[in-house]
Design a protein around this ligand. Sequence first.
Ligand code: GTP
Ligand code: MG
Length: 346
Amino acid sequence: MANVSIIGSEKSGRTSLAAKLGKKGTESDITLYNFVKGTDIYSFVDAIGYPSSIKSLINAINLSDISLVCVPATGLNSQVGECIVALDLLGNKRGIFVITMSDKSNPMALSELTEKIKAITKGTNLEKWESVPVSTTTFEGLETLKEKIFSLADEAKKANAALNDLPPRIMVDHFFNVTGIGTVVLGVVMQGTIKVHDQFTLFPVKRPAEVRSIQSNDVDMKTAPAGTRVGLALKGVQSKEFDRGYILSKDESVASKFTLQCRLSKFTQPLGVGDTVHLFAGLQDMPATISSISVGGKDATQAQAGSECTVVIATQKDVAYNKNDRFLIAQLNNPKQRFVAGCALA
Ligand SMILES: Nc1nc2c(ncn2[C@@H]2O[C@H](COP(=O)(O)OP(=O)(O)OP(=O)(O)O)[C@@H](O)[C@H]2O)c(=O)[nH]1
Ligand SMILES: [Mg+2]
């Protein structure tokens, strides 16, 4: 099992690529495409709401082990830049740059673009990512891309296997009521192994929920390990009690005020005390206010682009989280680069 996000700029061929890689499933501001390879299931997440919505982008990235960043053969643009910033601030991701519509280009221009991608990712978490030219009309590069995805998926599978013995945690992305079955939710097992009849609590609302049945790609399963995209039928909780990003687990922290260790993007405006920002925590997102900033242990009124600081931030709603989660601070109204900082709990 591997979850792969398909992101990148507008009209860069993201949906055409997704349709070549899998069969369309659940559809919302992120659309899922599934592909079965032997005993492995690949689930591709097309961030269709991006660029107008960065929530769609962050959700697709946070639901996946691997990201495919689509760069049109015509060249880099500020949206590709924004995707690179988001991936760099979130850290620790695997991925590939897909140079799309390669049929509209030539080998010389493609290798120049590959060099440009190398240059702009230097010093970021993405500096070792490969670039693969692909055309979904001539099929050029498609097999090479698949092989590279499968090889990254092997790495992701090993990394996920190491999480199987942790306490189970499921991040929920879709939820609805099915006549005759009841509450059904879709999501990803972030860690641990879940079993039928497991008793969980839904966070941050703290409601009990029992796993009645588990499906993966419409096949019933008794258990599901870390990294699996699952559909769960639940007992004890209604679908209307859910929201995007709610977490099913046994023990989760819930808060509306955090002290975060932040790294600011090199391309952002300064972050100031009193600023209203947008906070992303997993698939949860909400407005928040910066209550205080300290730089190098001293109180400050502002933190500058490219710097590190500690901020106290107050959110408008409760957030479910655990201590190793990463957070993102964004400014939704900044027209060019909406991502401000990547953060961990201080
Ligand atoms: N020549 C050529 N055209 C392509 C290729 N891939 C996609 N296109 C065309 O480019 C246009 C945009 O493709 P989409 O797959 O919709 O791109 P997208 O990034 O999903 O676009 P939005 O979601 O609308 O931002 C469509 O008209 C496609 O037919 C390709 O490999 N070669
Ligand atoms: Mg699309």
